[in-house]
Ligand binder design. Structure first.
Ligand code: ADP
Ligand code: MG
Length: 216
């Protein structure tokens, strides 16, 4: 089953065509790496798929939704329940515990406090993180694992990860990737500069001149 279809996307900033006819598909459970030089438009593409930045032209289809033609409330709902996000830095809420950070999107999606916290602990335990740990004492690698757990909490269909291991050393990067790429229902689109990271994904897309290619 197809999770994501992108067709002929265009995005222009001032006088520069950053995305110039980008198209690809991702199936359920597929893990796809996205590579390309700095400034080529990888984050722009993720923000369009992530329903944060509106494309100038083209289509994004998430499952059977066409969110850029839908009301903004539908996009907000899809961002919360259909998509999971992991950024280069965890962006956790400092004064909350690890468990509360993970539970937050589940509360917002309507789960009870108790159910959301239990789900958070279930996600954190295999990642080796105690739920009650205050976020501000976590290492960068632990922070990223919490961010992965948070991205998974509402059982998203598609996870968008923008250089999630970009700030990590080798060992931390490996444990974050293991959590992110664990076989599951969710498809994963992962931006990386690291060929070893890309090699862990099922396939790699290369962005150049505003378009995508399957080979470097
Ligand atoms: N909101 C914006 N306004 C103007 N220019 C932007 C904006 N977002 C990105 N850009 C430009 O678009 C290009 C692609 O940026 P980005 O998608 O962040 O690249 P990458 O993630 O591949 O490094 C860059 O030249 C960047 O300066
Ligand atoms: Mg970027």
């Amino acid at each position: 089953m197809t999770r994501l279809v992108v067709e002929d996307l265009h995005r222009r900033f001032s006088d520069r065509d950053v995305l110039h006819g980008v198209g690809f598909e991702i199936a359920a459970g597929e893990t796809v790496a996205l590579m390309g030089p700095s400034g080529c438009g990888k984050t722009t593409l993720l923000q369009i798929i992530g329903l944060i930045d509106r494309p100038d032209a083209g289509r994004v289809v998430l499952g059977d939704h066409e969110p850029w033609s839908a009301p903004s409330a539908i996009r907000a709902e899809l961002r919360l329940t259909w998509l999971g996000f992991v950024f280069q830095r965890g962006n956790l809420i400092d004064h909350l515990s690890a468990r509360e950070n993970v539970a937050l999107p589940a509360w917002r999606a309507g789960q009870s406090r108790k159910a959301a916290l239990a789900r958070a602990d279930d996600l954190l335990a295999p990642l080796g993180i105690r739920g009650e740990t205050p976020s501000h004492v976590l290492s960068i690698g632990e922070t990223q694992r919490v961010a992965v757990a948070r991205a998974l909490v509402n059982r998203p269909q598609l996870i968008l990860a923008d250089e999630p291991t970009g700030s990590l050393d080798g060992a931390s990067a490996r444990s974050v990737l293991a959590a992110l790429l664990a076989p599951g229902e969710a498809a994963v689109l992962l931006v990386t500069h690291d060929p070893d990271v890309a090699a862990r994904a099922g396939r790699t897309l290369h962005m150049r001149d505003g378009k995508l290619r399957e080979r470097a």
